[in-house]
Design a protein around this ligand. Structure first.
Ligand code: C5P
Length: 224
């Protein structure tokens, strides 16, 4: 079977990573959540008090960042390591949510992350999700999917997920953060979030995980 690149993009909390991982598992492909890379960089910037308005500080910090992954072929789980340390949990906090889109809008940060994403996808056989995968990282990806869902549904899904580890969180906090990230991601100068012209649209407002996976799998099989 031919190996292809599958790019899944869309707004925050649309279930892109869940779909990408399930699809990778079903196809025995590698899965990469590119958002985790921007989150890990943001975590480093916060921990090291990097002034993101100072380009020299940003460049210096990036030189000290090494991102690596631990991929489990059976489950398609992909753990992210920042300088050798697993930061899966740390990068999912509201503090990271509040800052990540600002960091991801910095050209040098994007260059750093995109180069690594392209390297990881060199051998194809990969499902990668993010905001610019089908437009910038892999403009020639054989299959591009753009995921959307109603804001209310996205907020409820993300709230349930975050509430489990942080009972102080409110639905208003989650909604404000999603809207802010979508706004910054869509309006930034460097590879803004947009649907690639040749991407297939998947509105999952009324679809469960299995239904989404079946649709995406069928699209993939048409290309493989
Ligand atoms: O996908 P996730 O919500 O974890 O991504 C966190 C943030 O990282 C996004 O809001 C966006 O600002 C940034 N991002 C990006 N490009 C990607 C993936 C994520 O700018 N390919």
């Amino acid at each position: 079977m031919k190996k292809i690149i599958i790019a899944i993009d869309g707004y925050s909390s649309c279930g892109k990573s869940t779909l990408a991982k399930a699809l990778a598992k079903k196809l025995h492909y590698l899965f990469l959540d590119s958002g985790a890379m921007y989150r890990a960089i943001t975590y480093y910037f916060i921990e090291h008090k990097v002034n993101t308005n100072q380009l020299t500080e940003v460049e210096k910090a990036l030189k000290n960042i090494q991102l690596s992954f631990q991929f489990n072929k059976e489950t398609a789980d992909n753990h992210i390591l920042l300088n050798g340390i697993n930061v899966d949990k740390e990068i999912r906090s509201m503090a990271i949510n509040a800052k990540v889109s600002e960091v991801a809008a910095i050209a040098e940060v994007r260059k750093f992350a995109v180069a690594q994403q392209q390297q990881i996808g060199l051998n194809k056989g990969i499902v990668m999700d993010g905001r610019d995968i089908g437009t910038t990282v892999f403009p020639n990806a054989e299959l591009k999917i753009f995921v959307t869902a109603d804001t209310t549904v996205r907020v409820e899904r993300r709230f349930k997920e975050l509430y489990a580890s942080n009972p102080n969180i409110t639905i208003e906090d989650v909604k404000a953060n999603l809207e802010m990230r979508d706004y910054i991601d869509t309006n930034r100068t460097e590879s803004p979030l947009r649907k690639a012209d040749d991407a297939k649209l998947l509105d999952n407002t009324n679809l469960n995980k299995e239904e989404q996976l079946n649709i995406a799998y069928q699209w993939a099989m048409e290309k493989i």
